[in-house]
Design a protein around this ligand. Structure first.
Ligand SMILES: [Zn+2]
Length: 182
């Protein structure tokens, strides 16, 4: 994806708009990815400063993520702000190379997208997870309330119960109460 910036280099300080649509191989970080051939809309402005070219603007695309709680896939739109410098003698990890008045947008797009992917995707802030009845939230447990004097106390379960040992369903406590009263 080589872009000629010859025109920009000849008119220092004059912004040149750059609009492209990129489609790359899959870009993945853990459970979040921009899948192969998903359009990445590039809207940048190139401005020469003598021997370098500054690109500013945005990238927009859609990532496919797996929710860390319910494990369901969901789309997440990404808007990434860009401000990068291309120069004849680039600094590793800081600026990109400018070769024969051309710059390659692929490394910039790849780096920017990878850095913007969510590390712990969540389909929505209040996602209850895979089984709310097995893993009640603190609010639900508090609403049920403990049953006084009934064998092992029914208390709010730990925030992250161990999967191998299901916590006691607080609804059973109500049945125990009925049997005792007879
Ligand atoms: Zn979820």
């Amino acid at each position: 994806m080589l872009i000629s910036v010859a025109a920009a280099l000849r008119r220092v300080g004059v912004p040149h708009p750059l609009r492209r649509t990129a489609q790359l191989d899959e870009l993945r970080v853990g459970e979040a990815a921009v899948e192969a051939d998903t359009p990445i809309e590039i809207e940048l402005v190139a401005e020469a400063t003598g021997t370098s070219v500054v690109l500013t603007g945005t990238l927009q695309t859609v990532a496919t993520c797996s929710c860390r709680r319910c494990l369901e896939p969901f789309p997440q739109s990404l808007v990434v702000a860009i401000r990068e410098v291309f120069e004849l003698r680039p600094t590793e990890g800081e600026t990109y190379p400018l070769v024969s008045e051309h710059l390659d947008l692929v490394p910039l797009v790849r780096d920017a997208v990878l850095l913007s992917l969510p590390l712990a995707p969540l389909c929505r802030a209040e996602c209850p997870g895979p089984a709310p009845e097995l893993f009640p939230t603190q609010t639900t447990a508090a609403a049920e309330g403990p049953v006084a004097g009934m064998g092992p106390a029914v208390t709010a379960p730990a925030p992250a119960p161990v999967a191998s040992e299901s916590p006691r369903d607080p609804r059973w406590a109500a049945l125990d109460q009925l049997n005792l009263d007879r």
